[in-house]
Design a protein around this ligand. Sequence first.
Ligand code: FES
Length: 310
Amino acid sequence: MQARIRAIRWEAEGILSFILEPVGGGLMPSFDPGAHIDVQLAPGLTRSYSLANDPANRTHYEIGVHLSPESRGGSRHIHERWRAGDIVEISEPKNNFPLVEDAVHTVLIAGGIGITPMLPMIARLNRLGRSWELHYVAATPSRAAYVDHVAEYDGVTVAFDGVPGGQRLDLQAISRNAPADAHLYCCGPSGMLDAFVAINSERPQGHVHIEYFSAETVVATEGGYTLELARSGKTIAVEEGETMLDALLTAGIDIGFACGEGVCGTCEVKVIEGLPDHRDHFLTDADKAANRSIMVCCSGSKSSRLVLDI
Ligand code: FES
């Protein structure tokens, strides 16, 4: 769908927010807290951004975009080229990070721009009168977006880990203090998420929720295997130096993808036969062990032949 950039706002050093509205008036499609949209920036360049506004307000979507120094083109393109009034291509909202709305207590943990999906969660939890707390860490006060949105609430702690004498969040203590049946959510850099998952590994299944906004993914480019596409009957060789996605696109297979690093789930394809070499951060360990699907943007194959349901 298309949306118009109604406004661009400076939120913090390196972080701009974009207000997107329907081109022809009316309302945006509804979404639930934790949802994201894919933004089409150029042919072959799509990125996912969490929706940051209150889902009760459907006049617009808001996304916060951090200009990453390591940008592979996504955030740089947006910061340098997007102007108020431009029409941009976005997807309908998708949600890989849904909020359990009837939890006895909700613990939200955000690192940097990982604060964005927490904002609609807070809006929804407040509307429902639920108990929640937020722990937000940013490098410095000048790089902490949306602090004003959250500072007014009780149960919010903000930490800065890039200033002299600054501190990281004490994830152990946060977990220790959370009720046994609480639901915990974390969005931030991959190191923070890995620590969060490890610390909370004893909690009940389904009570620990994570959302990557980027990851240090070691993309499989070893090649040396063949893809058989069950529906189209095509056979495609994946050569050394290319990803499975590269090979599929080169062969003219129309396949949706966004992040390119195994975090958004857009490129998931069902596996019929063969042994995937999972490199993504999207599937759970149980999903990976089951080998029923694969993220073709970053994963490879341990078997010489992989049969996909496309
Ligand atoms: S494109 Fe995001 S997981 Fe593959």
